[in-house]
Design a protein around this ligand. Structure first.
Ligand SMILES: NC(=O)c1ccc[n+]([C@@H]2O[C@H](COP(=O)([O-])OP(=O)(O)OC[C@H]3O[C@@H](n4cnc5c(N)ncnc54)[C@H](OP(=O)(O)O)[C@@H]3O)[C@@H](O)[C@H]2O)c1
Length: 331
């Protein structure tokens, strides 16, 4: 397989390379792409040196697959040109996620929707992926009625600039502001820009993408997203109401068995998910599971996952593996 990674020098791009190496995925020709400031520089992958190329060069080289991880504007401008050439595209940006003609895929949940015809495949937002991984098995059994989410998101979710701001502020140096406010020792109730509705773009992604992936267009769901000075993963406090009754033991068993989920819930030993435990791990961790006594058929839980792994790079590579396994890479 010939593979291009667009945005190879970014937070997600670097992790994509790491996962491809870890999984020893065979790549015949590798084409790394980044912005004009990086073109011509070199990058190491599988112990080999590669020159960073431009999007135009790579389009002409016609790889079999391109993973785009360079922001929505770049995806909007280039994705159709790649697709027209018959290049399969896995897109990490928000550009195509809510497009009715494009599939929004978490392989464990809806990989089976993929067909040979799908040229542009959308990878969901990081906070959405970890949420739906937990919601899906519970929804199948108890039917979701309402979801209330509060997120506590890592600075890495905002790319290299977000991480740079935190690391600079931690050294008490003056930083380039990526966030509107100082992030060190702070909690900012704003991830991305606000829409007229009063919700941030991140909150709307979480709401709309969850409905699309779970195929629950009428789900009652609301979200508040908060940026915190953390590296290693996003955390989510989630309150769920179901249409059907549940037993706590059944809930735990379902989550325990679901592929890609790790139950971390032992209050006697103070065991619960945290970003320092999820960093560099492909799993979604769930804990603090308890009945919400204030409301019938309701549950509280706490979900943590590395936004750069399952929240983006891992999920994209799993889509690639799924396409390979099902023989869907052939044009
Ligand atoms: N960070 C996360 O947790 C996360 C999770 C899910 C999805 N995503 C999405 O993944 C994408 C990348 O995020 P990130 O966090 O990796 O961002 P990042 O750290 O800011 O990296 C951006 C990457 O895009 C490249 N780039 C910028 N302009 C370009 C252009 N005109 N042509 C080609 N490449 C260009 C950059 O290259 P240079 O180094 O040359 O500037 C860099 O490699 C975004 O769409 C983001 O929304 C991120």
């Amino acid at each position: 397989m010939n593979l291009a990674i667009v945005g190879v020098t970014g937070m997600v791009g670097r992790v994509l390379l790491k996962i491809l190496e870890e999984k020893k995925i065979f790549i015949k020709n590798f084409y790394p792409v980044a912005s004009t400031k990086s073109i011509g520089k070199t990058i190491f992958f599988n112990k080999k040196k590669y020159r960073i190329l431009s999007l135009k060069e790579v389009l002409d080289l016609k790889p079999d697959v391109a993973i785009f991880s360079a922001g929505a504007e770049i995806s909007k401008k280039w994705a159709l040109k790649f697709a027209k050439k018959g290049i399969k595209l896995i897109d990490n940006s928000s550009a195509w996620r809510m497009d009715k003609s494009k599939k929004l895929i978490v392989p464990e949940i809806n990989g089976e929707l993929l067909s040979q015809k799908d040229k542009i495949i959308a990878n969901p937002n990081c906070s959405t992926i970890q949420l739906v991984m937990v919601l899906n098995p519970l929804n199948i059994k108890y039917k979701l009625k309402r979801v209330i989410i509060s997120t506590y998101q890592s600075v890495t979710g905002s790319g290299k600039k977000g991480l740079d701001q935190l690391l600079t502020e931690e050294k008490c140096l003056k930083s380039n502001k990526n966030f509107y406010y100082k992030i060190n020792k702070n909690a900012i109730p704003q991830c991305d820009i606000f829409e007229i509705s009063g919700y941030s773009k991140e909150e709307l992604k979480l709401i709309n993408e969850t409905k699309k992936i779970l195929n629950l267009s009428r789900l009652k769901i609301t979200a508040t997203s908060v940026r915190i000075p953390v590296i290693g993963g996003h955390s989510e406090c989630v309150n769920l109401t179901f249409k059907k009754d549940f037993e706590m033991k059944e809930i735990r068993d379902l989550l325990l068995k679901y592929p890609g989920l790790k139950l971390m819930d032992n209050l006697k030993k103070n065991i619960y998910p945290m970003p320092i435990l999820s960093e560099n791990n492909d799993n979604v961790f769930v804990g603090r599971i308890r009945r919400d006594f204030s409301q019938k058929r309701s549950l509280n839980l706490w979900i943590v996952s590395d936004n750069l792994r399952k929240g983006s790079a891992t999920n994209a590579i799993q889509i690639l593996e799924f396409l390979k396994k099902k023989n869907l890479l052939i044009n």
